[in-house]
Design a protein around this ligand. Structure first.
Ligand code: ATP
Ligand code: MG
Length: 520
């Protein structure tokens, strides 16, 4: 029998694994039976990337959610009626915790009546067999796979199978979920499920999808890795009509979306964590009149500020493009100062919209893939080793160092170190020993005190990303840093940035309210 815990440990990201261990421990302390369910188990079996972690507890999950919250996990939603919580950890791992339940549906699209149940009953009330598996995280049965509807066999056949004849009647949102998952996973609907799907469409069950459920689903669609393929599949079944008949007719801007997707993937690969929902919505709806877009976005549950953001994207972009294009040459420092306050999502939108403007592209590329990574790799550790205490002077030194890097003044490592020593107020290192002395020294034991000069700079600048266009600005100091660490979530809507290297000094400064910490 496969060791599912071992599989989990090897497939989850370090951050997800840490979240899993944390929640397991907290559940154990509360004597709650805990199970990992849904997409994470499905993706474990299919080998697809595991996106979020869905948990079920037998009993009340709210105590567990509150305990996690007290430990610093951010709460996104706590629904005492349905006993459901959605949370996100500081490093961006999102998780849901639900009470094991049965659902009783009275009418299509109407919320079900929920009552506590066992995990096996809970798994049987789900949408598709592939999504109806669980792995126990409870001592005694830890690692046991629960698969009451034989999802594993359907995964092997690459099929999505609904669990009973009334599945789409009870919850018509499953129509959209079926199309989305068949597209994402490359599965087909199992023949009987397809019949039920077709019948549901003939009878227009999709009209019973509530706006709230639709809003949540549209956000899920927008976060799909291949959003264009998912939307095209939905349009093929004429299900874009659920959003608006005119959208089905005019279709989303697939080309724009595809371009955006490529840039988003590149940024994600460089460690930026993005929330592409509003960008994707913009491309989905842009062929409709603004008034209709506004109505639709409000219907989907977007807040006023978000509606404004989606509708105003073109105008805002024009403003920044004008500023970027105004001067033929801009120093890296000027580019950095101009672009640093902008959300990364907006920069990606500009890249997608102005792909023919080489000069603007080069500036944004340099900013995202050279200057920002340099900022992540400031020589914090080296400065500490030089004996500089964290504080305003520490920050000033790093700021000066960063500026010198942007100005391409620090080309080699010895140069970087010399400059850092000068900024730290240390005397110049003694000249290199002559060869004979060197050989003698080799025989001696190395000195105990860490001499910064003997260590490579951990924070030398990043590997260059090939420019899509010739950079017009002065090149930065020869980039040479290790690849960006890929995790560290900014809160949603905040600037997405590549992750910061963990170090104590950074934590210390993060606690202080400061204008802008250099050591992210
Ligand atoms: P993803 O990888 O996108 O997170 P997922 O399958 O985990 O995929 P979620 O929306 O996170 O999707 O839902 C978690 C689980 O909850 C699903 O796997 C499924 O078991 C169940 N579920 C979600 N929505 C429904 C629904 N409308 N009807 C029945 N079960 C559902
Ligand atoms: Mg999920």
């Amino acid at each position: 029998m496969p060791d599912y815990i071992f599989m989990l440990e090897s497939r989850l990201s370090p951050e997800q694994l840490q979240a899993l261990n944390q929640i397991q421990q907290e559940a154990q302390e509360l004597s709650l039976n805990l199970y990992l369910v849904g997409g994470a188990v499905r993706d474990l079996m299919t080998g697809s990337p595991i996106r979020d972690l869905d948990f079920v507890v037998e009993g009340n999950p709210l105590r567990l959610a509150r305990k996690l919250e007290a430990g610093g996990v951010r709460r996104l939603l706590l629904d005492p009626d349905n006993r459901t919580a959605e949370m996100v950890l500081a490093d961006g791992v999102s998780l849901s915790i639900e009470m094991a339940r049965t659902e009783f549906y009275q009418a299509p699209g109407k919320p079900a009546q929920v009552s506590p149940a066992s995990i096996l009953e809970d798994l049987r009330r789900r949408d598709f067999s592939a999504n109806a598996m669980g792995i126990s995280l409870t001592p005694g049965s830890r690692g046991l796979l629960l698969d009451p509807t034989n999802g594993l066999a359907d995964i092997e056949n690459r099929e999505l199978r609904v669990l009973h004849n009334y599945s789409f009647v009870h919850d018509p949102l499953r129509l959209l979920r079926l199309v989305r998952f068949t597209s994402r996973l490359g599965f087909r609907p199992e023949p009987r499920s397809k019949e039920l799907f077709d019948t549901a469409l003939e009878r227009n069950y999709q009209d019973y999808i509530t706006p709230e459920a639709l809003g949540r689903e549209v956000a899920q669609i927008a976060r799909e890795e291949n959003v264009v393929a998912v939307l095209k599949a939905i349009a093929e079944y004429e299900l874009l009509e659920v959003l608006h008949p005119l959208l089905q007719k005019r279709k989303p801007d697939y080309d724009g979306l595809a371009k955006l997707q490529r840039y988003c993937q590149q940024a994600a690969g460089a460690g930026y964590r993005l929330d592409p929902v509003n960008l994707a919505l913009h491309y989905m709806l842009r062929r409709l009149k603004p008034r209709l877009q506004k109505q639709l976005l409000a219907k989907l549950g977007l807040k006023k500020a978000e509606v404004k953001q989606v509708l105003g994207m073109d105008k805002e972009t024009r403003h920044w493009v004008k500023l970027l294009g105004r001067r033929r040459t801009m120093s890296p420092r000027q580019v950095y100062q101009l672009l640093d306050p902008l959300p990364v999502e907006l920069l990606l939108f500009i890249l997608a919209e102005y792909s023919d403007k080489k000069r603007i592209q080069a500036k944004i590329y340099n900013f995202l893939f050279k200057y920002r990574p340099l900022r992540q790799r400031l020589p914090v550790r080296e400065l500490q080793l030089m004996g500089v205490q964290p504080g305003p002077k520490f920050d000033q030194i790093l700021e000066k160092y960063f500026e010198a890097q942007l100005d391409a003044k620090l080309r080699s490592r010895p140069q970087q170190l010399r400059y850092l020593r000068t900024l730290a107020g240390l005397p110049k290192p003694s000249p290199k020993p002559v060869k004979k002395e060197k050989e003698k020294e080799k025989e001696k034991k190395p000195a105990l005190a860490p001499h910064a000069e003997t260590k490579p700079l951990a924070s030398s600048p990043a590997k260059p990303v090939a420019d899509p266009a010739p950079a017009e600005a002065k090149p930065v100091a020869k980039p040479s840093a290790p690849p960006l660490p890929s995790k560290a979530a900014p809160p949603k809507k905040a600037l997405a940035r590549p992750a910061q290297p963990p170090h104590r000094a950074a934590k210390r400064t993060a606690e202080k309210p400061k204008k802008k910490s250099l050591r992210r």
